[in-house]
Design a protein around this ligand. Structure first.
Ligand SMILES: [Zn+2]
Length: 137
């Protein structure tokens, strides 16, 4: 089974063969479009149509292209959450920054937290919680 990335609300599959496809809108702007993210954790190459380009340092609201639910976390400021199901059928929470250009990813299953990217220190504090509280993440 290939890795799947799912919307946290509708559990619709967000990835095609080579990209995770999300709808994005710049905060306080009407500019919106589709963003194609690399599904490899820690690979931050992404692309968009030339008519909609992500501007480094700007914040974006990500939504599911299937159900239109907002994917930005209401709990963790500046992080977006989607789900990942790996080859073995294990489910993870995947968090990444809603600020264009910030390279960090957190892959979480239960108490196990894996962080990736040169900017992982930016939001690592969110997940630095006592073991017994991790089930609430
Ligand atoms: Zn959805």
């Amino acid at each position: 089974m290939a890795t799947e990335f799912l919307c946290k609300i509708c559990r619709g599959v967000l990835n095609g063969k080579t990209s995770i496809i999300l709808a994005a809108q710049k905060v306080n702007s009407s500019k919106r479009g589709l963003v194609y993210l690399n599904p490899e954790i820690g690979n931050y190459t992404s692309f968009t149509h030339p008519s909609f380009q992500l501007k480094e340092g700007e914040e974006y609201i990500y939504t599911c292209p299937i159900c239109h639910a907002q994917l930005n976390s209401t709990k963790y400021n500046h992080l977006v959450r989607i789900l990942m199901i790996d080859d073995d059928g294990k489910e993870f929470n995947i968090y990444f920054s809603d600020i264009a250009g910030e390279k960090c990813t957190y892959k979480i299953r239960g108490a196990k937290i894996e962080s990736r990217g040169p900017d992982a220190g930016l939001y690592g504090k969110y997940f630095d919680v006592p073991e017994e509280d991790r089930k609430y993440l």
